[in-house]
Ligand binder design. Structure first.
Ligand SMILES: C=CC1=C(C)c2cc3[nH]c(cc4nc(cc5[nH]c(cc1n2)c(C)c5CCC(=O)O)C(CCC(=O)O)=C4C)c(C)c3C=C
Ligand SMILES: [Fe+2]
Ligand SMILES: [Fe+2]
Length: 335
C-alpha cells in the first residue's frame, strides 16, 4: 500500500548499535580541555556534591587551573588522528561495522563532547533504526560511567515522538569473552617485553570510597575481573586504583603509592595492565605510562612497562562482536 502524499518518508527498518565511551577534548589545548572538563565535572553522576556547593569550586579553583595541566598531559599523547580515546573508539566501531549484516548500523558516540549521544541517536533513528542497543564500553558497571551514558541517551529519547526500542549492554566484567580477550592481550603484551616482570599490576580507574558504601558495584566488578584474569593467566595480579580526584577518600590501594613502594620490597620490574579501560587514553598513556614510570624509577625501580588496552586489536574486536551479537538476540537472525 502506498502512503498518502503528505506522509513522512519511512526508511527501511534497521537495528542500531551505539558504542559509547567517556569523551575527550576536541584539541589538546586549555580552552578545549576547559570546555570538556566543565561538561564532565558538572555531571551529578560524576561529582555527587550539591551543585550549590560544587559549582563555585568547579568554576573557581578547578576550571582555572586544571585545564592547563590536563592540556599538557593530552598534548603528550595526542596523535595525528586526534585524541587516542576518540581515534580508538572510532576504530572499534569500524572494526565491527560489518559483523551483523546490512540491517545493522554500528556507530559510536561520547558521553561528553563529540560525537554526541544525542546527534548519533537521532541520526540512527533517521536512518530507520527502530531498535537500538546502547553499548557503554565500561566492563565494570559504575554510576559515573555506565549509568550516565544511558541517562544521556534516554534524555534524547524523551524529545522523540517515535522512539526506537532500546536495550542497554550489561556490564561484562566477568564475561568469558572479555576475560579471554584480556588473557590473550596480556600474554601477547608480556611476550613482547624484553624482561620478565617481578610483578604484574592491574590498575583500574578509582572512585570515591563513598560510592562503594552507597552500593555502586564498581569496586566488586573490578575485583572480580582481576580474580578471573589472574586465574586465566595463572599468575598473581596486584590490584590498584588510579587517577584520584579531589579530597575525599578514594578506593585503595592507589596505583602511584604502590609503584613507589614496590622497589623497597625487592620488586624492581613491573608490567601494568589497565583492564577497565576499553581504549587507551590519557589515563593509561600519560598517567600510567609516563608519570607511573617516573614514580617507579624515582623509587629505584628498574624495568617498567604498560601493556596496551584491548583497543581495536583482534582479541578486542572479537570480544565486542561476541557480546554485541548476544545482546542482539531476537532482533537479528542467529549467525
Ligand atoms: C573507566 C572508568 C572510569 C571511571 C570509573 C571514571 C571515574 C571518574 N573520573 C573522574 C575524573 C576524570 N577522569 C578523566 C579522564 C578519564 N576517565 C576515564 C574513565 C573513567 N572515569 C577515561 C577513559 C578518561 C580519559 C579521557 C580521555 O580523554 O582520554 C579526567 C580528565 C583528565 C584529567 O584532567 O585528569 C578527569 C578529570 C572522576 C571525578 C570520576 C569519578 C567520580
Ligand atoms: Fe575518569
Ligand atoms: Fe588521571
Amino acid at each position: 500500500m502506498t502512503p498518502p502524499p503528505n506522509h513522512p518518508a519511512i526508511p527501511p527498518r534497521k537495528v542500531g548499535v551505539l558504542l559509547i565511551n567517556l569523551g575527550t577534548p576536541d584539541a589538546a589545548e586549555p580552552r578545549a580541555v576547559r570546555r570538556y572538563l566543565a561538561e564532565f565535572l558538572s555531571d551529578r553522576r560524576v561529582v555527587e556534591i550539591p551543585q550549590l556547593i560544587w559549582q563555585p569550586i568547579l568554576r573557581g579553583a578547578i576550571l582555572t587551573t586544571r585545564p592547563k595541566k590536563s592540556a599538557h598531559a593530552y598534548a603528550q599523547v595526542w596523535t595525528e588522528h586526534g585524541s587516542p580515546l576518540a581515534a580508538i573508539t572510532r576504530a572499534q566501531a569500524e572494526g565491527i561495522r560489518h559483523a551483523f549484516g546490512p540491517g545493522v548500523l554500528v556507530d559510536h558516540a561520547m558521553r561528553y563532547g563529540n560525537p554526541s549521544i544525542g546527534d548519533r541517536l537521532r541520526a540512527m533513528k533517521d536512518a530507520g533504526c527502530e531498535r537500538i542497543l546502547l553499548a557503554p564500553l565500561y566492563p565494570q558497571y559504575c554510576a559515573a560511567t555506565t549509568a550516565t551514558a544511558n541517562d544521556k541517551a534516554f534524555l534524547t529519547l524523551a524529545a522523540m515522538r517515535w522512539q526506537p526500542a532500546i536495550r542497554t549492554l550489561p556490564p561484562y566484567h566477568d564475561d568469558p569473552a572479555y576475560i579471554d580477550a584480556l588473557k590473550q592481550s596480556v600474554e601477547q603484551g608480556l611476550a613482547a617485553l624484553d624482561f620478565e616482570p617481578d610483578a604484574v599490576l592491574a590498575s583500574f580507574h578509582g572512585m570515591p570510597q563513598r560510592t562503594l558504601e552507597l552500593g555502586d558495584p564498581y569496586h566488586c566488578h573490578c575485583r572480580k575481573t582481576a580474580r578471573l584474569l589472574s586465574e586465566a593467566l595463572g599468575r598473581e595480579l596486584l590490584v590498584t586504583f588510579q587517577s584520584r580526584f579531589g579530597r575525599a577518600k578514594w578506593l585503595e590501594p592507589a596505583t602511584d603509592t604502590v609503584l613507589e613502594g614496590l622497589p623497597a620490597r625487592g620488586i624492581k620490574s613491573v608490567a601494568l595492565v589497565a583492564p577497565g579501560f576499553s581504549a587507551d587514553c590519557v589515563e593509561t598513556l600519560e598517567e600510567l605510562a609516563i608519570r607511573g614510570r617516573e614514580t617507579f624509577e624515582h623509587s629505584d625501580g628498574e624495568r617498567f612497562a604498560v601493556l596496551p588496552c584491548l583497543n581495536a586489536s583482534e582479541p578486542g574486536l572479537q570480544m565486542l562482536r561476541s557480546i554485541v551479537q548476544r545482546e542482539l538476540a531476537g532482533w537479528i537472525d542467529a549467525p
